[in-house]
Design a protein around this ligand. Structure first.
Ligand code: G4P
Length: 292
């Protein structure tokens, strides 16, 4: 079974985001700091084109900082501005405003030179589901002046939230449907809650989680379940070790269903500690093998 999207649904969401994009000067793309590459919309650049963009690595409190820093570097090398945030705890949110002003400083200076009084910068948040877009908007507003205003020329439903005197934010985020041609990305998006569980083969996702953990976070895996597996052990064998520790056998067989749910739940409730799912080394290795 593979994870699939309904193209109609995706097309509608993309159309809506494109419409909103026309209204803004700068886009804040939120990605999950635990998998910045997998939760980044690869097609964003096609959609956003000439707009300024800032990539916000949200949920920085949950990731493995050393690994995620490699991804920050990767995106910066590609010319993106990256800001780390923990929206839940309102950490580093004003940095986003400062960076947005920096990004648009030249444009504003040009307007001033022409004698045009610059209007406030208009921004919007976009990202795949569950990366923290609503939390980010709500916390940013609470942290700043909560001043909502209807502006002429803007659809009634849309409101501009004033972040400070220089910058406004669209009150509703643009939801990007995850688009991927690689099932591994789909499985990571499932783990971070961007894809609904009912369209996901959770057995595959949990085995994939075991694979990622045994490669990069073996100790966390062994410690949590009080097992003693190695990276050479088969994923199904590891799952059975966990089942043995945690659940009674059913009719002489391991309780795979409960173990699958447990693994996914434990990831989503941070029982494995600080984890980054996107492995930078894996990406580099793939690029090298593509070249050969
Ligand atoms: P979305 O609009 O992009 O779909 O995401 P939303 O803001 O609804 O956030 C999804 C979940 O992620 C929420 O948790 C939210 O609290 C959590 N979240 C958002 N930003 C951060 C962050 O920087 N760090 C951490 N640790 N969590 C973050 P939830 O479990 O769905 O709800 P609740 O725990 O807030 O009740």
């Amino acid at each position: 079974m593979v994870i699939q999207w309904f193209p109609g649904h995706m097309a509608k969401a993309t159309r809506e985001v494109k419409e909103k994009l026309k209204l803004v000067d700068i886009v804040f793309e939120l990605v999950d700091a635990r998998c910045p590459l997998s939760s980044h919309n690869m097609y964003l650049d096609e959609v956003v084109k000439e707009k300024k963009k800032i990539i916000i690595f949200n949920k920085i409190d949950l990731c493995d900082r050393a690994e995620t820093a490699k991804w920050k570097n990767y995106f910066e090398k590609k010319g993106y501005t990256v800001v780390y945030t923990d929206a839940k705890n309102s950490n580093n949110l004003n940095k986003v405003i400062d960076k947005a002003k920096e990004e648009l400083a030249e444009k504003i200076a040009r307007q001033v030179a022409k004698g045009i009084k610059p209007r406030a910068i208009r921004s919007m948040v976009i990202g795949v589901p569950n990366v923290g877009k609503s939390t980010f908007i709500n916390k940013l507003i609470k942290k700043n002046v909560a001043n909502t205003a209807n502006k002429p020329g803007v659809t009634k439903k849309q409101q501009w939230l004033k972040l400070n005197k220089d910058i406004e934010l669209l009150d509703t985020p643009g939801i990007l449907m995850p688009k991927f041609d690689n099932q591994e990305i789909g499985k990571k998006l499932s783990l971070i809650g961007s894809i609904k569980d009912d369209i996901t083969p959770l057995d595959d996702v949990s085995l994939y989680l075991i694979e990622l953990l045994k490669q990069s976070y073996l100790e966390n895996l062994n410690t949590l379940y009080k097992i003693d597996v190695t990276a050479d052990d088969e994923n199904v064998f590891i799952m059975e070790k966990i089942a043995e520790k945690r659940f009674k056998k059913i009719g002489g067989d391991y309780d795979y269903d409960s173990t699958i749910k447990l693994l996914i739940q434990d990831f989503r409730t941070q029982k494995f500690g600080l984890i980054t799912l996107d492995s930078y080394a894996d990406m580099v290795n793939e690029e090298v093998s593509d070249e050969n």
